[in-house]
Design a protein around this ligand. Structure first.
Ligand code: GLN
Length: 542
């Protein structure tokens, strides 16, 4: 295609309707027709990025190759499209204002009064357009966070209005709303959708397509009613039923014709039907597992599943690859003690200890790791999980009784995990960790080499602390192997226990790189090890 087309996805009525999944599904469908697509999220909050947000507030912070701390929706974009995102794919109000204020201080505005319109809106538009030039995309899908009607979304909706005016047929707007079912009345209600579209129209934006999230089927009469009240054609009213898996949504959107409606509006011709062979094959395997395996996820944010979104999805990908369903048991590390750990962890065929920050739940994580090590339960430790495995080994195998990370005990006799040299002088919190993709060299004759089948890998990071190399000899003497090393800075990236059936700790975050098209090998091998430990057959042998 010669010129990039822009698709905006707005939301109304409530949050959590799944704009990210709809955007990702549309991207998948357009990709399956041979187009290049990228997705961007504009977040109306004032934080510069979600890096400083509590996971209980906003779910997981997703990290890109270029080290951006971003909204978890970018994880969905990558998992669906298998296209890497970057800093440019997530913009917040904080970042927009920061850029405008910096320009003002530099005198770039030549003495004019700096205002929301045009200066803030110009900056927003610039960020949207910039993305297209970066990758020469056929389509840029921009998801506007929040809900229409929020005060903080106004500049974004205004920017959409302007872009639409400027680009005409190169731009389409999809509005996602809720059509609730009132059980007392026994009816689906369209009024919230009508109001929400009206709100958008008041702000100068007429949506082209309305995607209705609903628990029940929308019949043709209802679709026509929505079309009539909202100024769109009935074919542009798309039903989005609750799905049993988020990975069903591209197929559901295909059946509803979302991609066709978008192309109609943008006057794009595509002779071919979308090729979804691989996607459907993935779904077939996902829905027809041969085995079930129980794996525990030990972490401190387990009450909110979004906090571990990428890990949970990585298990879906890796399970499917292994023809099995992973029953993930979320275990609050804060409540694990040496006394109750057998009761809490018994019956698990694998234990994953999650990443994290701060003291809460640390001793529980260490206890769970001891259980996994002593009972030969396959173990994967990610970032803090790997650091806890080092502490556990130091205390219980080497005999360094008060070994700790200096993140939790500044005065420990054995600082086996210590702050990285380059982190010592950093005072601010946002964007200051070791972030993004770094190379790691894999040692011969290791589980890591078996897993990756490569000697040099790239994985994403998000941490301040590291293994303290001064202790390497004591650890090696007692049987821990350091099988992945950052070649430039000599940082430990992977630890293993060769005496154990499968015990791996990684300083990086493999979960950020797992996608439907390319499930992450570490998760695939971990699930395989768990299957070997114990699983249940759920489908007959053919
Ligand atoms: N808190 C640890 C560090 O900063 C681990 C971080 C993480 O698990 N992402 O090094």
């Amino acid at each position: 295609m010669t010129e990039t087309k822009y698709i905006f996805v707005t939301g109304g009525v409530t949050s959590s309707l799944g704009k990210g999944i709809i955007s990702s599904s549309l991207a998948k469908l357009l990709q399956a027709r041979g187009f290049s697509v990228t997705i961007q999220k504009l977040d109306p909050y004032i934080n510069i990025d979600p890096g400083t947000l509590n996971p209980y507030e906003h779910g997981e912070c997703f990290v890109t190759d270029d080290g951006a701390e971003t909204d978890l929706d970018l994880g969905h974009y990558e998992r669906f499209s298998n296209v890497r995102t970057s800093q440019a794919n997530n913009v917040t109000t904080g970042r927009i204002y920061q850029a405008v204020i910096d320009k003002e201080r530099r005198g770039d505005y030549l003495g004019s009064t700096v205002q929301v319109i045009p200066h803030i809106t110009d900056e927003i538009k610039h960020r949207i357009m910039l993305l297209a030039t970066k990758g020469n995309y056929d389509f840029v899908i921009t998801e506007i966070g929040g809900t229409v009607g929020d005060i903080e979304s106004l500049p974004y909706i205004e920017s959409v209005r302007q872009i639409r005016w400027e680009l005409g047929n190169r731009c389409a707007v999809i509005h996602l709303t809720l059509v609730p079912y009132l059980s007392a009345a026994g009816e689906l209600k369209t009024k919230p959708t009508q109001h929400s579209v009206k709100l958008l129209q008041e702000q100068g934006v007429q949506p082209d397509i309305i995607v209705c999230r609903t628990e029940r089927h929308l019949n043709p009469t209802l679709k026509s009613k929505i079309a009539l009240f909202c100024n769109v054609s009935p074919t542009a009213v798309i039903e989005s039923l609750d799905a049993s898996s988020i990975y069903d949504v591209p197929i559901m959107m295909r059946e509803e014709g979302l991609d066709v409606e978008v192309m109609k509006r943008l006057q794009v011709n595509s002779a071919t039907e979308p090729d979804l062979t691989r996607w459907t094959e993935f779904l077939r395997k996902l829905k027809n597992p041969e085995f079930e395996v129980n794996i525990g996820l030990v972490g401190k944010y387990v009450e909110l599943k979004d906090s571990y979104k990428s890990i949970i999805e990585s298990f879906v990908h890796a399970g499917t690859e292994n023809h099995c369903k992973v029953n993930l048991k979320m275990i609050q590390s804060e409540y694990i003690t040496p006394e109750n750990c057998v009761e809490k962890l018994e019956g698990l065929s694998g234990i994953l200890v999650a990443p994290g920050f701060g003291n809460r739940g640390i001793e529980g994580k260490i206890t769970a790791i001891r259980y996994a090590r002593e009972n030969k339960v396959p173990f994967l430790g990610i970032c803090l999980g790997m650091q806890c495995a080092v502490i556990e080994f130091a205390r219980n195998v080497i005999g360094f009784a008060d070994a700790h990370s200096t993140e939790f005990d500044k005065h420990t006799t054995y600082p086996v995990i210590d702050i990285m040299e380059q982190q010592k002088k950093i005072a601010g919190l946002g964007g200051t960790m070791r972030l993004g993709a770094y190379p790691c060299r894999i040692v011969k004759e290791s589980t890591a080499l078996e897993v990756y089948d490569a000697e040099l890998i790239l994985e994403r990071h998000r941490h301040r602390y590291e293994f303290n190399n001064k202790f390497i000899p004591e650890f090696e003497k007692k049987g821990m192997k350091f099988t992945g090393i950052n070649p430039k800075e000599n940082l430990v990236e992977i630890i293993e226990l060769p005496e154990h059936p499968w015990f791996v700790g990684v300083q990086f975050h493999p979960e950020y790189r797992s996608t439907v098209a390319e499930p992450h090998p570490l998760f695939i091998h971990f699930v395989k090890a768990a299957l070997n430990k114990g699983c249940k057959r759920v489908a007959p042998v053919l």
